[in-house]
Design a protein around this ligand. Structure first.
Ligand code: DGL
Length: 275
């Protein structure tokens, strides 16, 4: 490829959830190409160890590098929490995760300095959101809650469901007790529960979607590094989005079609353990 700016952005996640990030990138940066990898064979990452998540992330990055990507977005809170620093050290293209920009938005939006964070067990156990927010404003109190049942509920399609509402309420009960006015949806699947959360928490609590904030941060990063693709898409150019998974490509395509603004015909299966 002659012009690096026309190279795709590599986006990866433990599975389907990172599509919420890909969706925001598609909306915010419509001229950019995307290579998405979902590790559907090894999901969830949210209850795995640091060593395992770093090993998986390195394998995925090695695969993405075969696709000549110009930047990498870790579209997974858990992988960002454990592997962002390591990958930024090791990889020769810019790498961003989803945590910093979500934390930033929450700090900007809180009025009473009480911020709630919901995420996987692994993300919560790293204290990464708390540490990042404390660095930005030490006066802010962060109340964290792991919500391990929410990912399977979303993947099961139980989004508008009374059982899901009851589980959400049980998880956020303590956060409400602490009078939070801002809640970070710190797991890729949770933005899909946004309308339920809005209904249950009311307008008083600002919901922060790190996927949306990450797409804005990516735009800024590409602009700073002179990596924006400014070429309009040619008429006969093939679709600028390619999808790869480690297992069950049909389920992935079904899920992708339910949330993306494009038609995903298929996802190619990659033997990721070989990378
Ligand atoms: N993508 C993960 C995250 O954002 C959620 C799913 C998982 O546990 O792998 O933390």
């Amino acid at each position: 490829m002659t012009d690096i700016r026309q190279a795709p952005i590599g986006v990866f996640d433990s599975g389907l959830g990172g599509l919420t990030v890909a969706r925001e990138i598609m909306r915010n940066l419509p001229t950019e190409k995307i290579v998405y990898f979902g590790d559907t064979a090894r999901v969830p990452y949210g209850n795995k160890s640091k060593e395992t998540i770093i090993r998986y992330s390195r394998q995925i990055v090695r695969f993405l590098q075969t696709q000549e990507i110009k930047a990498i977005v870790i579209a997974c809170n858990t992988a960002t929490a454990y592997a962002l620093d390591v990958l930024q050290e090791e990889v020769d293209v810019p790498v961003i995760g989803v945590i910093e920009s979500g934390a930033h938005m929450a700090v900007d939006s809180t009025r009473n300095k009480q911020i709630g964070v919901i995420a996987t067990k692994a993300t919560i156990s790293t204290h990464v959101y708390t540490d990042t927010i404390s660095r930005m404003d030490p006066e802010i109190n962060v109340i964290s809650q792991a919500c391990p049942l929410l990912v399977p509920l979303v993947e099961e399609g139980w989004i508008h469901d009374q059982i899901t509402d009851e589980i959400i309420m049980r998880y956020v009960d303590d956060l409400i007790e602490h009078d939070i006015d801002t809640l970070i949806l710190g797991c890729t699947h949770y933005p899909l529960l946004r309308s339920e959360m809005r209904k249950l928490l009311g307008d008083r609590v600002t919901l922060v979607n790190p996927a949306y904030e990450t797409a804005k941060a990516l735009e800024q990063l590409l602009t700073e590094k002179d990596l924006r693709n400014i070429m309009p898409k040619a008429k006969d150019e093939p679709t600028p989005y390619r999808f790869f998974v480690s297992d069950d490509s049909e389920r992935f395509a079904d899920f992708a079609n339910s949330i993306l603004p494009i038609d995903v015909k298929s996802a190619k299966i990659i033997p990721i353990e070989e990378y």
